[in-house]
Ligand binder design. Sequence first.
Ligand code: IMP
Length: 196
Amino acid sequence: MRLCFATNNDHKLTEVRALLPAGIELLSLRDIGCTEELPETRDTLEGNARQKAEYVWEHYHTACFADDTGLEVEALNGAPGVYSARYAGPQRSAADNMTRILTELQGQGNRRARFRTVVALILPDGQQHEFEGAVDGRITETAHGAEGFGYDPIFQPAGHDVTFAEMSLAQKNTLSHRARAVAGLVAFLRQAAPGS
Ligand code: IMP
């Protein structure tokens, strides 16, 4: 089965490619000729994931899936959540986003946080399905590590004493929010389309 992953984030593409069985041929947006920014204007992860997948389905008629991820910090009442990408402002970098969180948590004893991902799938016949994955952890006091992307340098998954950015891609893929959501997608495809 050919399936487009509707993302412009090469890190996500690499992570997810490593998680899919050989029977699924993963196409990037570039592969299907889509070079524009995908719309992402809803106020929930589910809404954004669905919006991105529906855009590709409607404009490119390609079976696809999209993900949307939020970092939910307990002491910030679940922020930045669905607004994680632009937490420090529309044109700001991942470093700016991390700095804002570290600043807001200064002196805060409760550093509990979780990453949550929703994956929205649209099959060749137009049927839609959703999968979710989450991982609990904590926000570190300072950034550590150079692997991964986004908030990885300040997120330490529960049961580990290193951040996601100090893990190899293979190790992050054994426990991450996205890997868990994609595991649901893969299990579903195996049962819906045996051989994939
Ligand atoms: P989106 O799913 O691409 O909209 O991501 C929202 C925000 O979360 C962006 O700032 C991403 O960089 C960040 N993000 C998404 N996935 C991860 C991850 O696996 N690790 C760290 N940050 C992530």
